[in-house]
Design a protein around this ligand. Structure first.
Ligand SMILES: Nc1ncnc2c1ncn2[C@@H]1O[C@H](COP(=O)(O)OP(=O)(O)OP(=O)(O)O)[C@@H](O)[C@H]1O
Ligand SMILES: Cc1cn([C@H]2C[C@H](O)[C@@H](COP(=O)(O)O)O2)c(=O)[nH]c1=O
Length: 750
């Protein structure tokens, strides 16, 4: 998903998109030219400097006004009619309107008529832009596969905001300079008149290109154009879609949050800059860094975050922009403000790119135009509102300063407003994040960190069932097998379906893997049959993938209590730490292998490695891993303890020096508390539920309902063969596992 130049090249190889992109480039160039040429033209009609200033601002305001009136229905046009025809019609209208402005000027000497026509034309041009833009945005997804939307948007944004404005300024500058050379040619050769005719010509070319050369823009909507519903119905439908689609609503909340922050920032910008004591240039310096950040966010954002979920990226980017605003609000020095502005730009640029791409992906073709129009209009309204409210407030109060001990922070209304903007943006960013999150339960910072390193965390695949998953972990000889059996038997006797299992080797494939990883290599093999550390890690992960899919998940889905002797933590401790393969890497591989399935409770039996090895080997050599140096086992123990300390709610750490019964009692208490076991346990006349079944089972007549031993998989065989080596083949659960001794003993427990 991360875009590179290669992705952009691929997108440009798609002919219809290449043409649309050319059109878009020309249209943005034309737009920027039109904005500044009309404003410049309006200025040129007056001599008085104050009137010039007012004329310039009035033309800009006139461009924003129509969105209030036409905005709500602009999207309906984009969805209701053939988008190609809509775009071509708007371009033709722009051509005629822009060309009419200098024409009126040339044919009349009356400034009032020219000004009045300019105002009307401005309003109508903006109307055309309002209808054209959602049609264009909504058309892009019809020309590209979804995975290319992001690269296409990067290209479009870079063209609109990076290439088109400087080109437009360059043309205007050339015309201004050149006019001195051809000043004798008359009024028609005035720079702004030429600029306006040039812009008009460009829109004429665009209309022809869109209409005749990019038929693909019509997309499906072309055929669906003959709609029977009313315009009002389409309008209402757009609103209800907003209400029903949580993700789109999250997107819009986030985007509007970002725009309100931007409005406040623009409104207070100049006053705020004066509080920095860095002279007149401070405002422009901050603006430069803001745009620099914006450009970097758009250009490098996707590469930086790699495979991070775009839904998460959007909310996070808005929060980042809010953090930048907060930094600006408290910045004691210009340097901090510059960093703050860069962060705001970075966050805003990434949010903008992610937002557009997601809106294209998340909305259906039939409704997309209305959603884009809604955003465009609300953004304008919110920008205008927040600017108008913030600007006069910013100068309200004389600056004071707050002594923080280590720095003096100037306290002024502009900073307070920035802080309010920061809080608002962060809050809306978090709200958007929550309503769009596609990885609930996956820790945000860990996911971000892993994504930056190229390995995003996957959301856990949900378990459709009420089962409970207990894991025993610990070093060699800690007593895991002993305790697993005791717990499973105790649960079984209380009416639970207890599935006793282990790693490695709970399935047919697992048994073969167990043999591959744990058998000591024959003396004369020269180490050739010993797996390398990475192969060993992958073999354990493969065993786990099979185990989870074939044994654990099905059992949890049935509502059983799964008791496993070892799970992911063993890999993190033995391979990640012991073999120094990296704990995060190993955790990531296992999380992938298991679809993110985590135990509900992990019982860590902590034993001194020397004692544990002594117990486990029981005079023999032990398996391949038991034969590792003591140092290796010490690292393993250390890692188990670290894992438990990092997530204390999910771990029960028991010092394994107590008697098996003492330990079992503590384990039972913890499990009972979590399962609320008494509510499920009922005494029967004959004794504990399950006890009879097990008694029968001991006589070879097991109750199938609670029988965990008749799996098609290889069940946990806790019978040690004394050599420390795995059994040759999966065996049915031996009587020792659920033997009468254990069962009777557990049955008598309170
Ligand atoms: N609390 C305890 N005190 C003393 N000995 C124990 C205790 N628990 C288990 N043992 C004994 O220690 C040996 C190893 O026990 P167990 O197989 O349960 O440990 P484990 O952690 O599963 O070992 P491994 O890691 O090798 O699978 C067995 O002989 C067992 O009887
Ligand atoms: C699951 C798992 C296990 N190991 C090691 C730990 C032990 O030395 C053996 C398993 O033996 P046990 O007697 O059945 O406990 O395998 C490992 O290194 N990595 C793992 O993920």
């Amino acid at each position: 998903m991360a875009n590179t130049l290669g992705d952009i090249q691929t997108v440009l190889r798609i002919r219809p998109f290449r043409r649309l992109w050319t059109v878009l480039g020309l249209a943005s160039f034309g737009d920027w030219l039109a904005i500044f040429a009309t404003a410049g033209f309006a200025q040129s009609l007056f001599d008085d400097p104050a009137a010039k200033g007012a004329a310039f601002s009035a033309t800009i305001v006139l461009r924003l006004l129509p969105s209030l009136v036409l905005g709500p229905v602009a999207g309906v046009f984009a969805d209701r009619f053939d988008r190609r025809k809509t775009m071509a019609a708007c371009d033709t209208a722009r051509f005629l309107l822009i060309a009419s402005v200098p024409t009126v000027y040339l044919i009349t000497d009356n400034t009032a008529v020219t000004v009045a026509w300019l105002a009307i034309a401005q309003l109508c041009i903006e109307g055309a832009v309002l209808i054209w833009s959602p049609a264009k945005e909504a058309a892009v997804p019809n020309l590209l596969p979804p995975e290319k939307y992001e690269a296409a948007n990067q290209l479009s944004l870079a063209t609109t905001y990076g290439i088109a404005p400087p080109l437009a300024f360059a043309v205007l500058a050339i015309l201004e300079r050149g006019s001195a050379v051809w000043s004798n040619l008359g009024t028609w050769a005035e720079p702004m008149v030429i600029a306006l005719y040039l812009t008009a010509a460009m829109f004429a070319i665009l209309a022809v290109t869109v209409y005749f050369f990019i038929p693909e823009i019509s997309g499906r909507i072309g055929e669906a154009a003959a709609k029977t519903s009313s315009v009002w119905h389409d309008f209402v439908e757009g609103w209800s879609y907003l209400r029903t689609s949580e993700r789109v609503r999250g997107l819009i909340v986030g985007m509007l949050g970002a725009f309100s922050g931007a409005g406040i920032l623009i409104g207070v910008g100049t006053v705020y800059a004066t509080t920095l004591g860095a002279g007149e240039a401070a405002f422009y310096t901050l603006a430069v860094f803001l745009f620099l950040g914006l450009g970097c966010g758009i250009a490098f954002g996707p590469k930086l975050i790699g495979e991070l979920s775009r839904l998460r990226w959007f909310g996070m980017s808005i929060v980042l922009a809010g953090t930048g605003l907060a930094l600006d609000a408290v910045a004691p020095h210009m340097v901090f403000s510059v960093i703050g502005s860069l962060i705001i730009g970075l966050g805003a640029g990434m949010a903008f790119l992610a937002g557009i791409t997601l809106l294209q992906r998340e909305t259906e073709d039939e409704i997309r135009g209305r959603m884009f129009a809604f955003i465009a209009v609300s953004a304008r309204v919110i920008l205008m509102l927040s600017m108008t409210i913030a600007a006069p407030l910013a100068g309200w109060q004389a600056a004071r300063s707050l002594d923080l001990g280590f720095a003096d922070v100037p306290l002024s209304m502009s900073r307070i407003l920035l802080f309010i903007a920061a809080a608002l943006v962060v809050w809306l960013g978090v709200t958007a994040f929550k309503s769009m999150d596609d990885k609930p339960g996956v820790p945000v910072f860990a996911d971000l960190w892993s994504s930056l390193r190229g390995r995003p965390l996957t959301a856990a695949e949900p378990v459709a069932g009420t089962g409970f998953f207990v894991v025993f972990e610990g070093g060699e000889g800690a007593g895991k097998s002993t305790q697993s059996v005791k717990l499973a038997a105790w649960l079984k006797l209380r009416g639970y379906e207890a599935v006793l299992t282990r790693e490695p080797g709970a399935t047919d494939i697992g048994m073969r893997i167990r043999s591959l990883v744990l058998d000591s290599a024959p003396e004369n093999s020269g180490g050739a049959s010993t797996p390398t550390p990475r192969a060993e890690a992958l073999l354990f992960a493969a065993d786990r993938a099979q185990h989870v899919d074939k044994v654990i998940r099905p059992a949890l889905e049935r509502g059983a209590v799964v008791v496993s002797d070892r799970y992911i933590d063993s890999s993190i401790a033995y391979q990640g730490s012991g073999r120094a393969l990296g704990k995060d890497e190993i955790a990531w591989v296992s999380t992938w292998a298991t679809g993110g399935l985590k135990p509900d409770l992990t019982v860590l039996l902590d034993v001194d490695p020397a004692d544990g090895l002594h117990r486990a080997k029981a005079g023999g050599d032990g398996d391949r891993l038991e034969q590792e140096q003591l140092e290796y086992h010490e690292k393993v123990r250390e890692t188990f303890l670290q894992l438990a300390a990092a997530d204390s709610g999910r771990y029960l750490v028991i010092e394994a020096g107590g008697t098996p019964d003492e330990i079992a009692a503590r384990v039972r208490a913890a499990v009972a508390e979590r399962l609320d076991i008494r509510t499920r346990t009922t005494r029967t006349e004959t004794g504990w539920p399950g006890l009879d079944a097990t008694r029968n089972g001991a006589k070879g007549n097991k109750n199938p309902q609670h029988d965990t031993t008749q799996n098609d998989t290889a069940p946990h065989d806790t019978t040690r063969n004394g050599t420390g080596k795995p059994d040759a083949a999966p065996t049915a659960q031996s009587t020792k596992d659920y033997g009468w001794d254990t069962v009777a003993e557990e049955a008598s427990r309170p």
